[in-house]
Write a protein that binds this ligand. Structure first.
Ligand code: ZN
Length: 80
């Protein structure tokens, strides 16, 4: 069975979040996220950004400001 590299998974994370991947790709991405901390943290960053963008705060700040804030918060968290 084909697997994806980390780079491929991280490129597809946004589509995965928006449920735009077909079933087979979706399962492969899901499996990879289950076993790869790097891709999982990338995924949670994207998930938090998506959540914030659709929340009510988005029209008071620019989307880019929200994205920057979430990235900073995640990058400042300890690894373990
Ligand atoms: Zn990975």
């Amino acid at each position: 069975m084909a697997t994806f590299s980390c780079m491929e998974v991280q490129e597809m994370v946004t589509d995965y979040l928006h449920k735009e991947l077909d079933g087979e790709k979706r399962n492969l991405v899901k499996e990879h996220l289950g076993g790869c901390g790097d891709c999982l943290s990338h995924y949670s960053t994207e998930a938090q950004i998506s959540t914030l963008i659709i929340s009510s705060s988005w029209n008071q700040e620019s989307t880019q400001e929200i994205v920057n804030r979430v990235r900073l918060r995640i990058e400042s968290e300890p690894e373990n």
